[in-house]
Design a protein around this ligand. Sequence first.
Ligand SMILES: Cc1ncc(COP(=O)(O)O)c(C=O)c1O
Length: 366
Amino acid sequence: MKDKEFLMIPGPTPVPESVLLAMAKHPIGHRSKEFSAILRRVEEGLKWVFQTKNDVHIYTSSGTGAMCSALGNLVNKGDKVLCLIIGNFGKRWAKIAKSRGAEVIELEVPYGKAINPNDLKEILDKDVNKEIKIVTMTHNETSTGVTNPVKDLVALVKAHGALSVVDGITSLGAINCPMDEWGIDVLVSGSQKGFMIPPGLAFLAANERAFEVHKKCEYPDFYFNWTDYKKNLEKDTTPWTPAVNLVVALDAALAMMKDHGLENIFELHKQNAKLLREGIKNLGLKLFVEDESIASYAITSVLPPDGVSVPDIRKTMKEQYDITVANGQNDLKDKIFRMGTLGFVSRRDVLTALAALKETVEILKK
Ligand SMILES: Cc1ncc(COP(=O)(O)O)c(C=O)c1O
């Protein structure tokens, strides 16, 4: 029987039944009072997860849409944007910045490592004329399973005077990322990760400093225009037709999250990731990120044992146990496999996945 698939990839993540049921209704009009009331509640819930007083825009797009919105509302041609790159998704910021005509400076470290704040400080200290306008970074780098020290990095950016633009796509709702307390200027996320709903929504919050820069943006993005979103949010609505049923799903998911509590959510992710990492080591497999202090609580990258290939591990996990794990990306394809503990994942799920992985390796080693 094939109705028990467990997605252990870093998104889309499993969706709770109560959320699926909430979505399975006729769409309601997006200009109705009923929908505005839902939007108001969802907005409050998102602010709670983002830990911010700023508005959170809700876009009909995947997470990359929110990344495009961030730079598409800030960057003018020729602006200097410093991109901190520890993997694929950090690189994506650089590509988006270039598409806006920015002059991009890249600080890239070997994949599997985090940015060392001293390296950032060195670059910012040299920028005596304050030409660097924006610094982009990834909180949780999904392609490697490394979490950047965003609190320290953002503090350095703030001291320099540039804007910090942070990808929290696989950290929000999983790993603590308090936007206001850490002084993050722009923070983005996506629905199909820690928020436990299907793909299709992206979120962005920008503070007043960022809005001041936005006002000077000569050609702000049309679909994701911050000013339009802000004006519409004041009236509990959105500029364009939103993905109504996904917003209803988000309402149900946020209610579940509130019930559990943010601290408990973070602790659950931490404990599940630690259980998974310990279990993998006990199986005799090697972790791609050995340094516990930067290892992600949302995604764990694993090296295959000698003589066993990543595609075979993925195939056996899927065919024999209905568990989907992710391959590595780009240069890491077929070199690592990635197991998500992101969103609606329980301790039981992790134990089951470990047992399945143990048998998988035994089968493939025969
Ligand atoms: C850290 C991170 N940033 C950006 C993205 C891109 O999001 P999307 O595929 O929803 O556009 C992902 C997707 O996995 C991600 O994990």
